[in-house]
Ligand binder design. Structure first.
Ligand SMILES: Nc1ncnc2c1ncn2[C@@H]1O[C@H](COP(=O)(O)OP(=O)(O)OP(=O)(O)O)[C@@H](O)[C@H]1O
Length: 310
């Protein structure tokens, strides 16, 4: 069998899913080496260092622990959506394809692409098959926030879920998943609608909302179908708005959002567009679960910006 993608860079987040899947990285590397690939395996003490060494390894430059055989023929990320974010930001608008071995908490990009989630051996079989097949192009969203430009694959949040993330990130206690649960409860108690200025393809409006997201993919938070009709390949972004509701109604709507059956609820609005501008006071946005920065943001779809092996 000819391996036409010979050199594979594997970037691993051992802390994905609160460290539950630490063994995944080694297993991915072993399986790829056994299949005959040249593997550069990368793990770093933090995300920024991993970005730095992965960038070098893809270009064929030496990294501290590993030799650099030559430029990469593919990048594999082992982690959750935060690692997909790392991957797409490194390979966007290049000819290097990205593969994903989901080992995170949400893994929503993998879900959207149909990559097996929650079954390592199935995702490894999927990886080996996809490395032998042509890469497929998906759209990315390009965010401009102040001076910073970043890409995202899945969903940009600027509502209640973003404020929960921001609160959890500022807390030092408790550790692990319960920090998010506590942050969610605290935010829920103070649930207030936020007034946004929204521009979709040049059409401006003012909306009050509890939830507002710009979606390239269907789900967030581990399969919560916020934008069930979004497509990674339609050249469009779906804007989801949940207009102000009481916290009781919010809790009642929650399971419906999970199942994607909220779309017909009277407080729910969807719009589609290629270029979205969002502005509000005091809101910090998150995309693919990673912090972007305070509003305003400008989001533009870049059709076919990432080559993915799936
Ligand atoms: N050594 C490290 N390498 C990479 N990322 C790290 C590391 N240590 C901590 N992180 C953090 O892990 C987060 C990304 O985690 P990742 O998305 O892979 O898993 P997850 O959050 O469990 O899954 P999901 O995003 O799908 O819910 C980043 O925010 C990053 O800051």
């Amino acid at each position: 069998m000819t391996l036409y993608r010979r050199h594979i860079v594997v970037a691993i987040n051992p802390h994905a899913a609160f460290g539950k899947n630490q063994a995944f990285g080694d297993r991915v590397v072993t399986v790829l080496r056994e299949a005959g690939y040249d593997v550069t395996a990368l793990r770093e003490k933090d995300y920024d260092d991993l970005v730095h060494v992965t960038k070098r390894a893809i270009a064929g430059l030496p990294t501290a622990g590993e030799r650099a055989p030559n430029p990469a023929n593919a990048l594999v990320v082992v982690g959750g959506d935060g690692m997909v974010s790392l991957g797409v930001n490194l390979i966007a608008q290049t000819s290097i394809p990205l593969a994903i071995v989901p080992s995170g908490t949400g893994n929503d990009v993998a879900r959207g692409l149909g990559i097996p989630v929650g079954d390592l051996e199935a995702s490894l079989r999927h990886l080996l098959a996809s490395l032998m097949a042509p890469a497929r192009a998906i759209d990315l969203g390009r965010i401009t926030c102040g001076e910073k430009t970043t890409f995202f694959a899945s969903i940009l949040s600027a509502g209640f879920d973003a404020t929960v993330n921001e609160r959890a990130n500022q807390m030092t206690w408790p550790r692990g998943k319960s920090r998010y649960t506590l942050a969610l409860l605290l935010e829920l108690v103070g649930l207030q609608p936020v007034k946004y200025s929204l521009v979709v393809d040049g059409v401006a409006s003012t909306v009050s909302a509890n939830l507002i997201s710009v979606a390239n993919n269907t789900s967030m938070g581990g399969g919560m179908l916020v934008a069930p009709d979004a497509s990674l390949t339609d050249g469009l972004l779906d804007v989801f708005v949940l207009q102000p509701v009481s916290w009781l109604r919010f809790l009642r709507l929650f399971p419906r959002v999970f199942a994607g059956t909220h779309v017909s609820e009277p407080e729910v609005r969807f719009t589609r567009g290629k270029r979205i501008r969002l502005e509000a006071l005091g809101i910090v946005t998150y995309a693919d679960g990673e912090r972007v920065g305070p509003l305003p943001v400008e989001v533009e779809v870049v059709p076919g910006a990432a080559l993915i092996l799936y």
